[in-house]
Design a protein around this ligand. Structure first.
Ligand code: KG4
Length: 355
């Protein structure tokens, strides 16, 4: 692989992020990874307010890029590529990163690479620790479970950038389920880390929550008879929220222990659903590698349950906690593997960009 230094920018939701990546040997490494989080601003609204997020990106984007360059002790003249999240995400947020990247790339005549936010999450597992020469990038074919606030996807990859979505949520995403569950229990935002912290002190079997097991639509065989439908790798989490609401309504006052037990049962149902479908995907596609990715990949119970349940011959990769949530290092990691001819300065931010 060619040696290069990449400046990457991410602003798809509520984090303004910039990073400098060094591509050397067979894997990229992180020289700096700066995230200006807006969580404090959005907490008082109980979720991300798009207009507020866009304004904060405008204020943060240049200082964040400058900080990433300074931390890496590098000037723009030494940058070989710029990478930026082109979508999916909030349009007002995305355009701030995209237009900033386009302006710098044009002014400095640096090739620009538009990156899909979702592939970024997967490629977080392609980053090695600084100067770790033993590191090998994940082998293909691979299956990735990508779970965040906006997505729950199972993806099969035969090679770099060859994505096949083999399972997806039919309603809420896993992170969204955590966030809505926490809101219902009046615990705060973002819900995932709060629920998993309380769940650690609760009994997951005290309150039972349903594990939703979906099937594909039934098909007719050659004789015209309906066949037994196949089990699906799709997810559904919206019923879980209703189950939680129903339980809470039937209980008078919630004690602290009730809340912990509810969190533990709720977390177990989400984790068991994600693990069940992941195992189904692994059985069907027989990958060499399994990657856990996205903000919900920070969930300890999910990380550990997958470790316990995945077949031992599969290389199981989880990014460092610092690379699970939205960040720019993962966007730079994708750009490190892109062919030179994928550079493009003339594109628009696309809020519903597909893989
Ligand atoms: O990837 P991310 O930072 O942003 C999106 O692109 O959505 O993911 C944020 C999501 C939130 O829904 C948050 O509640 C969830 O990840 N999350 C967690 C944990 N940490 C963050 N969910 C469960 N357990 C956690 N420890």
């Amino acid at each position: 692989m060619k040696r290069m230094k990449i400046l990457s920018i991410e602003s798809s939701c509520d984090e303004t992020a910039a990073a400098v990546i060094n591509m050397e040997g067979n894997a990229p490494e992180v020289l700096s990874n700066i995230v200006a989080s807006q969580i404090d601003i959005h907490t008082k609204y109980g979720g991300v307010v798009p207009e507020v997020a866009a304004r904060a990106h405008i204020e943060n984007v240049i200082p964040t890029i400058k900080e990433a360059l300074d931390f890496a002790d590098i000037g723009l003249d030494a940058i070989d590529r710029i990478a930026v999240t082109a979508g999916p995400g909030l349009i007002g947020s995305l355009v701030v990163g995209v237009e900033t990247a386009q302006a710098i790339a044009t002014a400095k005549n640096i090739p620009l690479f538009p990156i899909n936010h979702l592939e970024g999450h997967i490629y977080a597992s392609f980053l090695r620790e600084i100067s770790n020469d033993e590191y090998q990038i994940p082998k293909f074919p691979l299956v990735a479970l990508l779970v965040s606030g906006g997505n729950s996807l199972l993806i099969y990859m035969e090679d770099h950038f060859k994505y096949q979505v083999i399972g997806q949520t039919r309603d809420d995403a896993a992170g969204e389920a955590f966030d809505k569950g926490a809101k219902l229990l009046e615990l705060g935002y973002p819900g995932g880390p709060i629920i998993s912290k309380l769940a650690a002190e609760g009994d997951p079997n005290h309150f039972a929550f349903p594990i939703i097991d979906l099937t594909e639509a039934p098909r007719r065989n050659a004789e015209g008879f309906l066949e037994k439908p196949e089990l699906s790798m799709d997810f559904s989490f919206s019923g879980l929220k209703t189950a939680l609401l129903t339980k809470v309504k039937t209980m008078a006052d919630l004690t602290e222990q009730d809340k912990k037990d509810l969190c533990a049962g709720f977390e177990k149902a989400i984790v068991d659903t994600l693990v069940q479908n992941s195992l189904r995907a692994v059985e069907k596609f027989e990958p060499k590698t399994f990657i856990l990715a996205g903000g919900v990949a920070a969930n300890t119970k999910l990380r550990e349950t997958l470790k316990e349940k995945l077949p031992k011959n599969i290389d199981y990769r989880i990014p460092d906690y610092s690379l699970c949530g939205d960040n720019a290092a993962m966007i730079g990691a994708v750009a490190a593997f892109r062919p030179e001819n994928a550079a493009n300065t003339n594109f628009f931010a696309d809020p519903s960009l597909k893989l």
